[in-house]
Design a protein around this ligand. Structure first.
Ligand SMILES: CCCCC/C=C/CC(=O)SCCNC(=O)CCNC(=O)[C@H](O)C(C)(C)COP(=O)(O)OP(=O)(O)OC[C@H]1O[C@@H](n2cnc3c(N)ncnc32)[C@H](O)[C@@H]1OP(=O)(O)O
Length: 394
């Protein structure tokens, strides 16, 4: 693989966008075609390759796939390698993309590659260095700030609906550990953009790493266990400000929060059986306890998506606010909470939660064990493949 052309692209996982007959069209990117299809020199091509490494924004899987295919076509000509197997999602997607360019000459591919990179670079505008606020901690996919006694951990991948990557789980664990020890009084989790969080990033399960899928499942299980543990053990009041739809693991852990405020248009969806998976985040214990077995089963077994008002009636959400005044009402309230005596708050939380901690850790262990099996099941693999191939909306 032409690693030099894709060094900014990580993870290089591109499945859902490729259908055999797909024509590449890149929304939001104005291609600056020169019109001279044979015009790009090798030097232009190499410069473009180097510029690719300077891109700051992830151009999205669709564009990355296009870049890959053009690079291969430009440097090696038409694809004549054997087609990867159905389950080798990544390589199959790349193979399909390259193959789809077989009628494009190498010179033309070189020109298109140069034009595409130029367009991406100019779409980013001039580089402006904006120093982070003093209280901000540096994370790739989170915005973490401390202000007015409140540490706010914000999922920050709005272009992917704040889906949680493997690195992001690690960042969240780190951020929670810091927040538990810093001098803030309360900790708030919320999302950037129109979603709270779309749950686990389904790409987490598509690349097959060295060590095979068993190892991947086991490692993911360990990571998930630590992630959920960070919520179970969180020592201060933890408040979710659910600014939009929430899915999967971002919903299940809500049972471990102390207060959940939601905007009226937020929804709560745990589509586990639809994904061939099983509940996590201690929800197999907290949901029945909060809302009763029958309602919990509708959500956890039968994928029922509930509105903010329904979630409030079920007891999962503390209070719902109108979309228009959500942010101002909630933050006014949170700022008042953060003026309360910190030790009293932390100790009171511990009194409420400590009786359950042992139970919650046991539930977390059992859920993770079951999920490791599920991730290796045909049902789960098929469901993930369906998502990337057919793009069904949950
Ligand atoms: C350590 C491992 C622990 C594992 C723990 C297990 C947890 C279980 C779960 O969390 S289950 C829930 C998993 N989540 C999903 O199944 C959601 C899948 N996404 C969707 O159904 C839709 O994307 C949507 C309903 C969230 C949003 O639909 P909408 O039409 O509004 O937007 P797009 O689909 O165009 O999304 C914009 C881009 O974001 C990408 N994206 C969104 N969610 C995910 C996701 N969970 N995983 C991967 N990618 C996601 C989407 O692919 C679009 O990307 P693109 O712009 O490059 O096309």
């Amino acid at each position: 693989m032409a690693a030099s052309c894709i060094k900014v692209i990580s993870p290089w996982r591109l499945f859902r966008f490729v259908r055999a007959s797909q024509v590449f069209r890149i929304p939001g990117v104005q291609l600056h075609t020169t019109g001279a299809l044979m015009g790009a020199s090798v030097e232009d091509f190499n410069n473009a390759k180097a510029q690719l490494g300077t891109l700051k924004k992830d151009p999205g899987n669709h564009v990355k796939l296009k870049i890959y295919a053009l690079f291969k076509q430009a440097t090696q000509g038409p694809c004549n390698t054997p087609k990867p197997g159905m389950l080798d999602f990544v390589n199959k997607a790349k193979w399909d993309a390259w193959k789809s360019l077989e009628s494009v000459s190498q010179e033309e591919a070189r020109q298109q590659y140069v034009d595409l990179i130029k367009s991406l670079v100019s779409a980013e505008g001039p580089a402006v260095a904006t120093p982070p606020p003093e209280s901000a901690q540096a994370f790739q996919s989170l915005l973490v700030t401390t202000e007015d006694g409140i540490t706010t951990i914000r999922f920050n991948r709005p272009e992917k609906k704040n889906a949680i990557t493997l690195d992001m789980y690690k960042e969240l664990i780190d951020a929670l550990h810091h927040a538990g020890k810093d001098d803030s009084v309360i900790t708030v989790m919320t999302g950037s953009g129109d979603f709270y969080c779309s749950g686990n990033d389904l790409n987490n399960f598509t690349g097959i790493p060295q060590g095979g899928i068993e190892k991947m499942a086991k490692d993911s299980g360990e990571l998930l266990k630590h992630y959920v543990k960070a919520y179970i053990d969180f020592p201060k009041p933890l408040i979710a400000v659910v600014n939009g739809p929430a899915l999967g693991v971002s919903v299940t852990v809500l049972g471990l929060f102390d207060v959940v405020y939601a905007t009226e248009s937020a929804t709560f969806h745990t589509p586990f059986s639809q994904l061939g998976q099983s509940p996590e985040g201690c929800s197999s214990y907290t949901f029945p306890k909060i809302m009763g077995n029958a309602k919990a089963s509708e959500m956890l077994l039968f994928n029922k998506k509930v509105t903010a008002t329904e979630a409030c009636n079920l007891g999962l959400v503390t209070e719902v606010f109108p979309d228009g005044s959500f942010q101002s009402e909630v933050w006014t309230r949170l700022k008042a909470y953060a003026k309360l005596p910190p030790k009293s708050l932390a100790l009171s939380k511990q009194l409420i939660r400590s009786k359950e901690k042992e139970k919650l850790h046991a539930v977390n262990d059992a859920e993770v064990e079951r999920l490791i099996e599920r991730w290796l099941s045909d049902e789960c693999m098929q469901a993930i493949m369906n998502f990337f191939q057919a793009k069904p909306k949950l």
